[in-house]
Design a protein around this ligand. Structure first.
Ligand code: SAM
Ligand code: SF4
Length: 334
């Protein structure tokens, strides 16, 4: 029985666990070129703290844990963390969002450690664009990472999802290219197009889901997929039947999904966020580092934060509006 219910009767079963705010890329929509003021290392939750907190969340009703970041694969003790969390009784789904730069080496050990699913971020299938959007990333490495993921067993019983953040006039003409890529790859691959979210300052222009779907429908027949048991997250799906590919569209800006939000976010230094919106997000770190604390103290704090979750974020659809978002994507974890 879940105790993670808020005042609007939303039940939370999904925890996004950021393992670090550091990253080996500098994507233009996520980080400035010079990087950020990183969370001081002593504040980052240790492996044991992450596993301990994950256990508490699962006891409270979390069923799906996703590792994110920053880039989770830069964390040296990643395999031990994945293994520790995979062994928690009650974890039904364990996944990771990654840029897959080092997946050629890591995919198999991660699979063996208990990771079940991966979402791989890849914003363009053109090397020069990819390099521009990630400020120097090598597309070939990510493609090798996708192949390695497939060889390790991801993308067989459930899809490897490709996350594409769409920015107007940068990569919004590649929808069909991703569909073709998914269709030609031996793995079950599901491209998902995410509307750019302006955190802090708006630096780029959005292309909204509706215009991407219109673009795709002019290139190939598409059929909308109704919400169903496989499709409970925020993505809207269509099938590109000619290619036999399911395509997701995530529209945090043009079609906010706050009313059905079931996710919580824990930062690498233990701040718990119930919503991306500007709201207090107290830290669990100071409580777990107090030797006098009990697991009930943590549960109470978590319950309090969840109960106080706001009804929804106010991220604006219009380019000129000020965005009342607070925080940095690499701390929030996407
Ligand atoms: N480094 C990993 C990666 O890129 O997959 C995980 C962390 S990243 C912050 C998680 C997801 O957030 C990625 O799919 C990324 O593309 C997405 N993201 C980052 N900044 C975004 C923004 N401003 N708007 C929309 N999505 C964003
Ligand atoms: Fe790094 Fe992911 Fe942010 Fe890109 S989106 S800079 S890979 S954390």
């Amino acid at each position: 029985m879940s105790s993670l219910i808020d005042q609007f009767q939303r039940t939370h079963r999904y925890l996004r666990l950021s393992l670090t705010d550091r990253c080996n890329l500098r994507c233009v929509y996520c980080m400035p070129a010079e990087g950020l003021q990183w969370i001081p290392s002593p504040e980052i939750l240790t492996k044991d703290e992450v596993i301990y907190l994950a256990k508490i969340f699962v006891q409270m009703g979390i069923e799906h844990i996703r590792f994110t970041g920053g880039e989770p694969t830069v964390r040296k003790d990643l395999l031990e963390i994945v293994q520790g969390v995979a062994q928690i009784e009650g974890v039904q789904d364990l996944s990771m969002t990654t840029n897959a730069l080092t997946f050629a080496k890591l995919a198999l050990p991660l699979r063996k450690a208990g990771l079940r699913r991966v979402n791989i971020s890849i914003d363009s299938l053109q090397s020069d664009r990819f390099s521009e959007l990630t400020r120097g990333g090598k597309l070939t490495k990510v493609l090798a990472g996708i192949d390695a993921a497939y060889q390790a067993g991801f993308g067989v019983d459930s899809p490897i999802k490709l996350n594409v953040v769409v920015i107007a006039n940068k990569n919004d003409d590649e929808i069909l290219d991703f569909v073709r890529f998914a269709s030609e790859h031996p793995a079950n691959i599901e491209p998902r197009f995410i509307e750019y979210m302006p955190f802090g300052k708006r630096l780029h222009r959005n292309t909204h889901t509706q215009s991407l779907q219109t673009q795709l429908s002019k290139q190939t027949p598409i059929t909308p997929v109704q919400h169903s048991s496989f499709n409970t997250g925020p993505a809207q799906y269509v099938i590109a039947s000619e290619y036999n590919v399911r395509v997701g569209f995530i529209s945090p800006i043009s079609n906010r999904f706050c009313a059905s939000c079931n996710r919580l976010r824990l930062s690498a230094h233990g701040d718990l966020r119930a919503c991306l919106a500007k709201e207090p997000h107290p830290t669990l770190r100071s409580v777990i580092r107090n030797p006098e604390h009990t697991p009930q103290d943590i549960q109470q704090l978590i319950q309090q934060i969840v109960w106080g979750k706001v009804k929804g974020h106010q991220c604006a659809t219009e380019d000129k509006k000020q965005i009342p978002f607070e925080g940095i994507m690499t701390q929030i974890g996407g």
